[in-house]
Design a protein around this ligand. Structure first.
Ligand code: 8YV
Length: 324
C-alpha cells in the first residue's frame, strides 16, 4: 500500500484520469472550508503530491501533510513550490526536464520571428480587409544575423541558441555561472548582455532568485530598437517597467508567452501591434505533453516503488522526515 496520492491544482485531463484510475488519487479541494475538512480526514495518509508549476506546494501545505515524501511536478518549472522548505523536511521534489526543451525552444524562435517580422499583426491586417485599400504593411526588422542575448543558458537556453546559430545570429549569454566550453560570448550581468544585443531572450528559471532579474535598468540597456522575448516566467521581468517602456516607444517590441499574473495580461499590451501575446503555450504540443505525462508518472511510480524519484530536483530524505 502506498498511502494517498494527492493532486494539487488542475493537470492535463488524461493525467488526472490516470492518477485517479491507477493510484486512486484524491484531489485537494480549492474551497478553503472543503480543504480544511478534507485535510482533517486525509492529511496523515498523504505520501505523495502531484502538481504543476501553475499551482505548486507551499510551506503551509507541507506542514499540513506530515507523511508527505515527494512532490512530483508536471512541467520543468517548480517555482511555486517552496523547494527550500521541502529540502529541510526531507521531501523529494521532481520535475519533467528535457522532454519539453525542443518545444519551448521552438516557441521562443517562433515568438522572435513573429515579433520582429510582425507576422501576427500582418495577419490581423489581412483579416480586417485592410490589404486592398492600404496596400503594404510597415517594414519590419531582419532576424537572420541579428545579435541575440540569452538570459539563462540551461537546457532550454542552449536549445534556443542552437536554433538561432542556424539563422546566422551572433549569440551572447548571461548565466548564474559561466558555461564551460560554451561557444557563445559571456556577459557578466543581464544589463551588460542587454546592452550588446538586438534581442534579449529570457530562458532563466523562475522563483525568488530571479525575480525581476530583467528590471527597468536592463530593459533600458536594451535600447529603443531592442526586442524582449520571454518564454520563462513572468516573474523574471519587471512587467510594469516593460509596459511603461513599450508605451513610450523605448523598446521596439516584445514576444511574451508568460506573464506576472497569469492568466491576467496587462490591458495596455492588448492594443499594441509590436507585441505578440501567447497564453503560456510553449510546451503545448501533443507529443511533448504526452512525454511530460509519462515522465510525471514515471517519477511517481519510482517514488512509490523505490523511495527515489527518476528526475529529482531534490532527492527524498526519509531520515529528515522522521525528525519532525
Ligand atoms: C507548464 C511550463 O508548466 O514546464 C513548465 O515549467 O511552464 C509549462 O510546461 C505546463 O503547462 C504545466 O502547467
Amino acid at each position: 500500500m502506498h498511502g494517498t496520492i494527492l493532486r494539487v491544482g488542475p493537470l492535463k485531463p488524461s493525467l488526472e484520469e490516470r492518477l485517479a484510475e491507477t493510484y486512486g488519487a484524491e484531489r485537494l479541494p480549492d474551497d478553503d472550508e472543503e480543504r480544511t475538512s478534507f485535510l482533517a480526514r486525509n492529511a496523515d495518509a498523504v505520501t505523495a503530491v502531484v502538481t504543476s508549476g501553475r499551482t505548486g506546494v507551499d510551506a503551509g501545505l507541507m506542514a499540513a501533510l506530515p507523511n508527505l515524501g515527494a512532490i512530483v511536478h508536471f512541467g520543468v518549472g517548480y517555482d511555486t513550490t517552496d523547494v527550500d522548505r521541502a529540502t529541510e523536511l526531507g521531501i523529494g521534489v521532481s520535475n519533467t526536464p528535457d522532454v519539453l526543451t525542443d518545444c519551448v525552444a521552438d516557441t521562443a524562435v517562433g515568438l522572435l520571428l513573429d515579433t520582429m517580422r510582425g507576422l501576427s499583426a500582418a495577419d490581423r491586417f489581412v483579416r480586417a480587409g485592410r490589404w486592398p485599400d492600404e496596400g503594404n504593411v510597415p517594414l519590419t526588422r531582419k532576424v537572420s544575423g541579428t545579435d541575440v542575448g540569452i538570459l539563462g543558458l540551461g537546457r532550454i537556453g542552449s536549445a534556443i541558441a542552437h536554433r538561432l546559430d542556424a539563422f546566422g545570429c551572433r549569440i551572447a549569454y548571461h548565466n548564474r555561472h559561466r558555461v564551460a566550453d560554451s561557444p557563445y560570448r559571456y556577459a557578466a550581468s543581464p544589463a551588460e548582455l542587454a546592452a550588446q544585443v538586438d534581442v534579449l531572450i529570457v530562458a532563466a528559471a523562475g522563483g525568488a532568485n530571479t525575480r525581476h532579474l530583467v528590471d527597468r535598468h536592463v530593459l533600458e540597456a536594451l535600447r529603443p530598437d531592442g526586442f524582449l522575448i520571454n518564454v520563462a516566467r513572468g516573474s523574471v521581468v519587471d512587467e510594469t517597467a516593460l509596459v511603461d517602456l513599450l508605451q513610450h516607444g523605448r523598446l521596439a517590441g516584445a514576444g511574451l508567452d508568460v506573464f506576472a499574473h497569469e492568466p491576467e495580461v496587462p490591458e495596455a499590451l492588448l492594443s499594441m501591434d509590436n507585441v505578440v501575446l501567447l497564453p503560456h503555450l510553449a510546451s503545448g504540443t501533443v507529443e511533448t505533453r504526452a512525454a511530460m505525462e509519462e515522465l510525471t508518472l514515471a517519477n511517481l511510480d519510482s517514488f512509490l516503488r523505490t523511495g527515489d524519484l527518476s528526475t529529482p530536483v531534490v532527492a527524498p530524505n526519509p531520515a529528515l522526515r522522521k525528525d519532525i
